[in-house]
Design a protein around this ligand. Structure first.
Ligand SMILES: [Zn+2]
Length: 73
């Protein structure tokens, strides 16, 4: 069973291509305003984190930023 939206994302998290953690507990510098538990990270010692709104594989919304925007409609 997968906790992510699709197997590709699960694999990316397993391979650490994509970071999955609660935003407050992410290690590194968050460089954008997206409220998400998923982030793309640089390979530096103190990584730069770019939180992402959408799954890069299946395109589903994976951030609270998008969920909250949808709710307001
Ligand atoms: Zn996905």
């Amino acid at each position: 069973m997968t906790e992510h939206c699709c197997e590709e994302l699960q694999e990316a998290v397993d391979n650490e291509a994509i970071l999955h953690a609660p935003k407050q507990r992410m290690f590194g510098r968050i460089l954008n305003e997206v409220d998400s538990d998923y982030a793309v990270r640089s390979a530096e010692e103190r990584p730069s984190l770019y939180l992402i709104n959408f799954c890069p594989f299946c395109g589903r919304a994976i951030s609270r930023t998008v969920w909250n925007a949808e709710k307001k409609k």
